[in-house]
Structures are given as C-alpha cells and as structure tokens.
Design a protein around this ligand. Structure first.
Ligand code: FAD
Length: 469
C-alpha cells in the first residue's frame, strides 16, 4: 500500500510500471463520476471515449429550470430531464471535503463565483467545468450522444450503441470496446411512496426531482414526504410562501412531532397512513390535515435502460447485483464496472477517485483483482450480513457507507494503490455531520473547525497533481 506523505503524488509514474496494457474503454456519462473515470483511465494509458447525452458536462449539477411532463416520473415515455437540482440548492458538504483530491474545490476568486464554504449548485458546476478544462477532458467526450444499448459481443467485448440526441445524423452508431464503465448517475428515476387511497385523492403530487422553485406552492397546504437533506431544504424553501408545510417522516422521535420550533407554519408528523377523496391526509400519529399538494422526497431508483447483460446484472428492490464492492459483477469483471453507487457517503467525488483508480489499475494489469470465486464469496457474505441485521435490500448500496463512512474508501484506496483518505478529511466529515444534525438552519454558515480547514489548505498546497495528460 502507498503511504501518504505531504508531498504525495496521486498518480503513478507510468514509465516505472512493467508493461501496462492499454484498453479501449467506453465511459457512459460525463457527470463528476464519468469525468473522474476519464481522467484516471487516460492517466493509466487507456483509450477513452465518454458518451454524454447532454450538450455539456456536469450531470446533476447542470441546473435547468425545465421539469418533466409527468411530475412524479411514472410515465416511461416522458422526456427525461436529468438534473434534480433546485434553484436554492447549496451543497450539504463543506467544499474542502467535497472536491476531488487531485483538484481541490477551493474558492477560485474568479469574478461571479461563489466563495462560500457550502456554495450554490452553480459553483459546483463551474468547478467541474474548471476540472474538465484543467485536464482537457472535454476532448474525450462525445456530447449529445445518448447510449441506448450496451451489450456483450464475441470475445468478451462490449458493443455500445448511441444516437444523436440533438436529432442529427448518426442515430445508429455502434462501436466495440474492451471495457465499459457506467457512470450514468442515480438521481433521475424517482421512487414514489405508496399511499393508501391516493388514486382518489384530488390533490397534486410531485417528486423532488421536479421541484425547482417555491412559487407554485404559494398559499397552498403542502405535505413533504421524507427526512433527508433535500426534504429539509425544500420544506424550508416552500414555507416562505406556503400556507402550511407538513413533513411526513418514517423515523421521527415522538418528542419532535408537532410544530417545528422557530417556524410558524411547519409541522412534523409520522408517516402518512392514508388519504381520502375529500383532500384529507391522515398520519400514523393520529393527526389529520387537508392538503393541496404532496411532494415525494423519497429518493431514486438505479436505472440502466440501455444495459443488456443476459440477466447477469439485475436490479432488485434497488439492489444492483451481484457487484463486488459495489463496482464489479464477478463474472463480467473487470470488463464491466459501475462508478458512484454508494450513497450517503462521506463525500462522493473522492470516492469516485478511489473507485476509478482501482478500475483503471485492474484494466491495465497494474493491480490484481480477486478471483471470480473470491468476489462472489465476498458478495454473498455481505448480503448475508445485511439480511441477518434486518437491513432491507433497498439499502444495499448505502448501509455500510452510512455506518462506517471511511471503511469503504480505505478499502478501495488500498486496492487501487491510492493514498488513504487524510485524517483531517475524516474529522471534518464528522464535525460537519454533527453540525448538520444539531443546527439544521445554520450549519452551512456557522462552524468551529477552522483548524481542520487550515490543515486541508496546507495539504492542498502540497499535492502534486502529477497526472498524465
Ligand atoms: P450525474 O451527475 O447524474 O451524471 C450522470 C451523467 O450521465 C449525466 O451527465 C447524464 O446526462 C449522463 N447519462 C445518463 N444516461 C446516459 C445515457 N444513456 N447516455 C449518455 N449519457 C447518459 N454530492 C455532494 O458531493 N455534495 C452535495 O452537496 C450533493 N448534493 C446533492 C443534491 C441533490 C439534490 C442530488 C440529486 C445529489 C447531490 N449530491 C451531492 C450527489 C451528486 O449526485 C454527486 O455529487 C455527483 O454529482 C453524482 O455524479 P455522477 O457522475 O455519478 O452522476
């Protein structure tokens, strides 16, 4: 394992490596994960093509006021809008912890940029554009190309079929690759709460994927389902204009039920029990209200409409499997891999780096991968552990990362040959989480971990980019 040092370099001197094998690799998606995959794969000597259906990089961080025709996303024929970001969104992580290790997310000082520690969504998008420009990643991307089929062909190769989303020529493009890395994001396909009586209920429903601004909720009685970072933001956003906001959440302590302190028009309830055709919403805690709108902040589904693996990789109750370390399906590894699955992680971008460096290193032969049998045994042990602990399948890609946020990154760093996460990073994450839990209204603007910020900045100065362009 590589020992971290203040002067560490995050890439390997390729000339010193014994004959690395260069592969032809397709990456699906040019969000943060796809850009990171492109950088790591190219740095390892692979030939990379990134397919991106939008005309820009950034994925979910490319805000658009556009929403989908079906506000709860059930219509399979709806035009898909990729981003789920709302206008008022600020990050829920401090920027020092959020950015890629190879390209720290520091305030750039450029005109018009947002220097705040928890900046707006636009600042993250600009940062990703800077990242792509710094490493000349856009030249690897085929913009406006939607992948509609990825499947196995002879000799364990993959065919990638794409079409021009802008309606131009070349709808039937088809190319063959040694490996495919899937980075298509998992915050676009809504999950909806099941509510008894909903078919007769006369109000409107939307999923948070289609929430952008509070204005449409002016003077309305709104129920927000969920108790996540997004529902927290959205209910406070809406409370400024709505008549009433009622939060329905699964795990609310009894003492928190009722009016939210400091807010005249927000109430906490337990989950919705049922709704009726007179517009009433009843909660499991016995309370009842009249509501005009229900907003589902109930998460998303993993969704790969383009992927054909002959049943080897399946999605079952939001468990994508079987996947070794949430990345490799044992019988198709390392030729098929997935980046970015774990959610509720300490910080997604650094995790993408660990995952991508490992994938790139396995493909080149720099690092070994466990045998098919070993990977399968590891997955089976993991599933057995989840079952014995009573953890539902749908939390497969969150549970361990949530309870031990750095165990997964430490493990991947060791496998891929990356320096492990820095100590300040771990401490900063726990400090930020404590603030977020205790100071929901102000955690983005008040903190007392200046010592960790200064350690982070010292490290940032010493990082040697050392990437191969
Ligand atoms: P995405 O950003 O979704 O990118 C996927 C890309 O794949 C898109 O560009 C899409 O167009 C493309 N694509 C999809 N299908 C195809 C296809 N068939 N063909 C071609 N291209 C395709 N993370 C943080 O670190 N901090 C935060 O504060 C934070 N807040 C968040 C708030 C919200 C509301 C949401 C939804 C997420 C938040 N996240 C946050 C998590 C965020 O999603 C990740 O940080 C990260 O941006 C995910 O990157 P990704 O590349 O995996 O996916």
């Amino acid at each position: 394992m590589v020992t971290p040092s203040p002067n560490q370099t995050f890439s390997f001197p390729l000339s010193a490596m014994p004959s690395l094998i260069s592969r032809n690799v397709a990456v699906i998606g040019a969000g943060a994960a796809g850009l990171c995959a492109a950088l790591e794969l190219r740095g390892e000597g692979h030939n990379v093509v990134v397919y991106e259906r939008e005309n820009q990089i950034g994925g979910t961080w490319a805000y658009t006021p556009e929403t989908e025709s079906d506000p709860i996303g059930l219509d399979p024929k709806r035009k898909v809008v990729h981003s789920s970001v709302y206008a008022s969104l600020r990050t829920n992580l401090p920027r020092e912890n959020m950015g890629f290790r190879i390209y720290p997310f520091v305030a750039s000082g450029k005109p018009g940029r947002d220097p705040r520690r928890y900046p707006s969504h636009r600042e993250v998008w600009e940062y990703l554009r800077d990242f792509a420009e710094e490493f000349r990643l856009s030249e690897l991307v085929r913009f406006g190309r939607e992948v509609w089929h990825v499947g196995l062909v002879e000799d364990r190769k993959w065919v990638v079929k794409s079409r021009d989303r802008n309606g131009g020529e070349g709808d039937g493009d088809s190319e063959v690759y040694d490996a495919v890395v899937i980075c298509n994001g998992h915050y676009t396909e809504p999950r909806i709460a099941e509510i008894p009586g909903i078919d007769e209920w006369p109000g409107k429903q939307i999923h948070s994927h289609n929430y952008r601004v509070p204005d449409p909720f002016r003077d309305q009685a709104v129920v927000v389902i969920g108790n996540s970072a997004s529902s927290d933001d959205i209910c406070r956003d809406i409370a400024g204009v709505a008549k009433e906001v009622h939060i329905a959440a699964r795990s609310v302590e009894d003492k928190l039920l009722g009016k939210l302190p400091g807010h005249g028009n927000i109430w906490f309830h337990s989950m919705i029990k049922s709704v009726r055709k007179d517009g009433t919403v009843s909660f499991e805690d016995g309370t009842e209200i009249y509501a005009d709108v229900i907003i589902h902040c109930t998460g998303y589904k993993y969704h790969f409409p383009f992927l054909e693996t002959n049943g080897i990789v399946t999605v079952d109750d939001n468990r994508v499997g079987p996947l070794y370390k949430h990345i490799f399906p044992p019988t198709l590894a390392p030729w098929l891999s997935f980046v970015g699955f774990p959610w509720k992680v300490s910080a997604p971008f650094p995790m993408f780096e660990f995952q991508c460096k490992w994938i790139a290193g396995v493909l080149s032969g720099r690092v070994p991968l466990e045998s098919k049998e070993e990977m399968t045994a590891d997955i089976e042990a993991f599933y057995a552990f989840l079952e014995a602990s009573g953890i539902p399948k749908r939390y497969t890609h969150s549970h361990l990362t949530e309870e031990y946020p750095y165990e997964y990154s430490d493990c991947l760093a060791a496998k891929g040959g990356s320096p492990p996460p820095e100590e300040w990073r771990k401490q900063m994450y726990f400090a930020a989480e404590r603030r977020r839990a205790g100071m929901r209204e102000t955690y983005r603007d008040e903190w007392d971990d200046e010592d960790l910020i200064s350690l982070a900045h010292q490290d940032f100065k010493n990082y040697n980019l050392g990437v191969t362009l």
